[in-house]
Design a protein around this ligand. Structure first.
Ligand code: G
Ligand code: G
Ligand code: MN
Length: 426
């Protein structure tokens, strides 16, 4: 661990110094790159390791950044887990790409926090003066647009271009297009299987919404769901998902124990007083057997308004609907409320499952959640299982349901039915 403290500018000094940088570059034939770096899941690092652990990561990150940077480069911390690296006097975009690649490489070595190794990932958005921007605010703005794009790029890195801006949220009317999407049949549901870890039987499937826009291609739910939540379109979407899913499952092959269906429900919808009636109506339209439908609610959504959500969840339970707490372990729940939680399932957040074999702390969290679930007689789903080793260890740990790419990726209805048939033959 490196305990040397490096000098890092803050947001205010960055703005001041950028003025000088831009001024210097105006007269010359040189370019300047602004890289916006966002460390992922930093909140979780703070939660698991405390602020001291979080600070250890930041110090080490800055130390590595200093080691890779040229002496004329400039580093600033602009948010909790956001940094800016200014690369003055570069000749072309290639230099920025090189720097971003180097940056991703220095993150490949795990970080040590309180003696535990931990992997850190970050997205990088780049914008170049004067190629992409004429002033500071445009430069930063375009780096932010690139940062959004970076999250879905293979190397978690993106350089601003008008094309990106075009597909990113900023410049087109997602809200308007989303309204049409429902009517134009652009939405579909994919299903990802869940298997009983102890018996090997199929337990159920999680339905995941997909939007294929005729011109823009696939648009990720992490982009359009938050917009739908803000605009209120989430209610229409939820009604669509509920009905589509319950209609589709009537075509699933018969099996000895009915295959459960899990749907994601956003916090916004949970607060809607009419929601319970909608679920009731959809179940009666499609004749859904009691116990087949499970609703996944994120732990953080639940925590937003405990009293109201507990009442709603109790009403849903009385309709024979299962309640699963999604992304469990990331939402700061306390034992005080846990004993009354109206749920029958916990879903361990995939970030804990990904590295549980190499990270003792992650494994410890997984064990704790499994024990907690058993103590309260709840099902426990591990999602994000990507290999057989993780699958086997979870089985030994007494986890009861598995979900992840190791078993299957989310699939369209026809493929899912095919998968079921083949799986059940084995
Ligand atoms: O399937 P994918 O990994 O792209 O999903 C990204 C996120 O979008 C996940 O957090 C998932 O829970 C959420 N999501 C997927 N489908 C739905 C849906 O139908 N409704 C809501 N509210 N969220 C969904
Ligand atoms: O937030 P929520 O738990 O609903 O997110 C579910 C998302 O996780 C789905 O979109 C699905 O595509 C994704 N997912 C499921 N299993 C795996 C896995 O094994 N690896 C990765 N990387 N993602 C997964
Ligand atoms: Mn989910």
């Amino acid at each position: 661990m490196n305990d040397k403290q490096f000098i890092v500018a803050n947001r205010d000094t960055l703005f001041r110094d950028l003025k000088d940088f831009i001024h210097d570059h105006q007269s010359e034939d040189k370019k300047l790159a602004l890289m916006l770096i966002k460390i992922h899941r930093f909140r979780r690092i703070n939660m698991v390791f405390g602020y001291e652990g979080g600070d250890q990561v930041l110090n080490e990150f800055v130390a590595r950044l200093h080691r890779m940077a040229r002496s004329k480069d400039y580093i600033a911390r602009v948010g909790n887990s956001e940094f800016v690296l200014v690369l003055p006097e570069i000749m072309n975009e290639g230099h920025a790409t090189l720097a971003a690649t180097k940056l991703q490489n220095i993150l490949e070595t795990p970080f040590t926090i309180n003696g535990n190794t931990h992997r850190i990932s970050a997205s990088i958005g780049v914008s170049i003066f004067p190629t992409h921007a004429q002033d500071i605010s445009e430069l930063i703005n375009n780096a932010e647009i690139a940062l959004v794009d970076a999250r879905s790029s293979p190397r978690l890195f993106s350089i601003y271009s008008e094309k990106i801006e075009d597909i990113e949220v900023y410049s087109w009317d997602i809200e308007g297009e989303l309204d049409k999407a429902v009517d134009n049949d652009e939405l579909s549901l994919y299903f990802q299987p869940q298997v009983n870890l102890q018996t090997g039987e199929v337990f159920g499937a999680e339905a995941l919404i997909r939007w294929c826009h005729p011109e823009k291609g696939f648009i990720r739910p992490d982009i359009f769901i938050p917009i739908a939540e803000q605009s209120g379109q989430i209610h229409k979407l939820t009604w669509w998902t509920l009905n589509t899913a319950l209609r589709l499952i009537t075509k699933w092959p018969e099996s000895t124990t009915p295959i459960k269906l899990a749907l994601n429900i956003s916090a916004k919808v949970l607060k809607d007083v009419a929601f319970v009636d909608l679920v009731k109506a959809a179940q009666s339209i499609w004749n859904t057997p009691r116990g087949q439908l499970t609703l996944e609610i994120t732990e953080s959504a639940l925590m937003e308004d405990l009293t109201t959500s507990f009442i709603t969840l109790d009403e849903l339970k009385s309709l024979g609907v299962g309640i699963s707490i999604d992304d469990f372990g990331t939402g700061y729940s306390s034992m005080a409320y846990f004993k009354n939680i109206p749920a029958n399932e916990l879903k361990i957040d995939q970030s804990f499952v990904f590295y549980m074999l190499e990270n003792a702390m992650d494994k410890h969290i997984v064990t704790t959640i499994i024990d907690l679930a058993r103590g309260f007689n709840l099902n426990v789903v591990a999602e994000g299982i990507e290999n057989v080793e993780t699958f086997n260890v979870l089985k030994e740990m007494g986890c009861n349901i598995a979900q992840g790419y190791y078993l299957a990726k989310p699939m369209p209805q026809d493929e899912f039915i095919q998968w079921l048939k083949e799986y059940q033959l084995d």
